[in-house]
Design a protein around this ligand. Structure first.
Ligand SMILES: [Zn+2]
Ligand SMILES: [Zn+2]
Length: 95
């Protein structure tokens, strides 16, 4: 059986012999085209081998910032931060 869904929300199952043919929706009458059965071999390679994890780790590198009060805190490189001890703003270093 092949599952076909209509725009009206009805979902119906038609016999395999209807593959590639058209038939009316039993609910709203819209003519639906039944898709052909696909062989499972055609859809196996979908994964990508490249992992973006290394790039992300580089982008969000953590750097330590020392506040004037003496407290050292960590933040993402290039982001503005604030000292957790005294609340002083610690803007990102200009480059
Ligand atoms: Zn319908
Ligand atoms: Zn501070």
């Amino acid at each position: 059986m092949i599952d076909v869904s209509c725009g009206c929300g009805a979902s119906l199952s038609v016999p395999d012999s209807m593959a590639g043919k058209e038939g009316p929706c039993p609910r709203c009458g819209t003519v639906l085209s039944v898709p052909r059965i696909e062989t499972p071999r055609t859809r196996t390679r979908t994964r990508t081998s490249a992992e973006p994890a290394a790039t992300l780790r580089e982008t969000f590198a953590i750097e330590k910032v020392r506040c004037a009060c003496g407290v050292t805190s960590a933040r993402r490189r290039g982001e503005d931060g604030a000292c957790p001890a005294c609340g002083v703003a610690l803007p990102a270093e200009a480059r």
